[in-house]
Design a protein around this ligand. Structure first.
Ligand code: PA5
Length: 449
């Protein structure tokens, strides 16, 4: 089971401080469990690992089998919560050098992502890459109107139709969107694309365990039954008991105590490059959920040990507003042992006989102690293994912790009003009808820059 520890941060706060904010954490729990807090219409993820739609789940499995056997590439189009979760799990569990082999060792489609930027280079490179490959598309957008994926879908749908014909393209397009509303839903109905649902009561960044994440994850040969089982185990484990014994609540409480002391940036630290995108998913979850009303911890991430040679200096000795949470995979992999070298020019023969895993662990421990000495509180989240079950647990742990943390900080965990500001300006500058006045004002401001 996942283990959360704040032992290496106790130098920075007293245990009784947890007791002091206990009633606030209990109030947060009531808001979550009784669904009475701000944004409570979006608490569907809370019981989702138990209540998810089994019929749709079977359809996801069948579609993923078809994708694996019939196509070389699955192009997944989405942004934010409709993108990061799938990428996080796939990159964590699949061998990046075996693009056509699933995490289960059997044939799978290569999964590539689009629709999360507006870069012409990125588009052209993907079009070029796809030109001699048999591909399918999974377009994912809850609203169905988000600019980036909508533009990408226009471009890549056209390519798909040009390459395989409109009728065949219909078989190759899988749509994940709202049950009732939106442009994508309408289009899917008109064209007869296979359609999967983003549940009404689950927002984008909490949706990885719905069809949003499950279809691409299954197409990558990852066992989605195990993923759901891990989330279900976490759900049962965190449903009961005192907030002080609940790791998700504890994590939220400790990070809020640290924030109130001026530790305003949290860095998630991994020692496993395959977790890079998991940290990206975590950044979005916490950043978009907490960063509002001029409050919230800024979420950052580093990949160690590589970033010890870039960001390590700042973390050790820069301005003191940072705390770290080490995301550690417990299971020791003993397959790689460092051998003695006769010349020993690098002086590393003292490592002869050590596994690479133990060197990595010593690097983590040494770094943690050094950073604590440098004034950086360290927390740790440990998972038993890098597998689907453990990632299911971890996803649920972070989602619940995020809801606690946002409510502790008196903000709505489930909205993202600030995301609209850039969109309004972009639409105005692009001449969208109805934005004429705003356009004039923005152009005038740009002239002065
Ligand atoms: O968490 C969120 O709600 C957002 O990040 C959305 O997932 C993101 O903006 C994409 O939205 P949509 O799925 O409607 O295209």
């Amino acid at each position: 089971m996942l283990n959360f520890s704040y032992k290496t941060a106790t130098k920075f706060f007293a245990e009784e401080e947890l007791e002091l904010i206990r009633s606030q954490a209990e109030a947060a729990r009531t808001l979550i469990v009784e669904k009475t807090g701000a944004g409570s219409d979006f608490l569907g993820w809370l019981e989702h690992p138990e209540t998810y739609d089994r019929e749709e789940f079977q359809r996801i499995l069948s579609a993923s089998e078809r994708i694996r056997s019939d196509y070389e590439v699955l192009l997944v189009i989405g942004i934010g919560g409709s993108y990061l979760g799938a990428r996080a799990v796939i990159e964590a569990l699949r061998n990046p050098y075996q693009t056509r082999v699933g995490a289960d060792g059997k044939q799978a489609a290569e999964i590539i992502f689009a629709g999360y930027n507006l870069s012409t280079r990125a588009y052209l490179e993907i079009l070029d890459y796809l030109k001699d490959k048999s591909f399918a598309i999974n377009v994912i957008s809850k609203s169905g109107t988000t600019t980036e994926p909508a533009v990408a879908f226009r471009v890549f749908k056209k390519e798909l139709e040009a390459r395989f014909g409109r009728e065949e393209a219909k078989r190759r397009i899988f749509v994940t969107t709202d049950r009732e509303r939106g442009a994508l839903k309408t289009l899917a109905d008109q064209e007869g694309y296979e359609r999967f649902i983003v549940p009404d009561d689950i927002g984008g960044r909490y949706s990885v365990l719905s069809a949003v994440g499950l279809l691409p994850i299954a197409a990558a040969g990852i066992d989605i039954e195990d993923l759901m089982a891990g989330a279900r185990a976490a759900m049962k484990c965190y449903a009961e008991g005192d907030v002080l014994d609940n790791p998700a609540a504890q994590y939220a409480m400790v990070r809020n105590i640290l924030m109130r002391k001026g530790f305003s940036t949290e860095i998630t630290v991994n020692y496993e490059p395959k977790l890079h995108f998991f940290a990206e998913w975590w950044k979005q979850l916490f950043g978009e959920s907490e960063g509002k009303c001029q409050r919230g911890i800024f979420p950052a991430a580093v990949d160690n040990t590589s970033d010890l040679h870039s960001m390590g200096q700042y973390i050790q000795e820069g301005r003191r507003f940072l705390f770290e949470t080490v995301l550690w995979v417990q299971s020791e992999q003993t397959d790689l042992v460092i051998e003695a070298d006769e010349a020993n020019l690098d002086g590393l023969n003292f490592l002869a006989g050590e596994t690479l895993a133990s060197v990595n662990k010593r690097a983590m421990q040494g770094t943690m102690l050094a950073h604590v000495d440098g004034g950086v509180p360290n927390l740790s989240v440990e998972i038993g293994a890098l597998d689907a079950f453990a990632l299911g647990e971890l996803i649920y742990f972070y989602e619940l912790a995020c809801a606690y943390s946002a409510y502790l900080n008196a903000v709505n965990p489930f909205n993202q009003p600030g995301v609209e500001a850039y969109k309004k300006n972009m639409f105005a500058l692009l001449g969208k009808p109805g934005y004429e006045e705003a356009r004039e004002a923005l152009e005038a401001r740009l002239e002065t820059i």
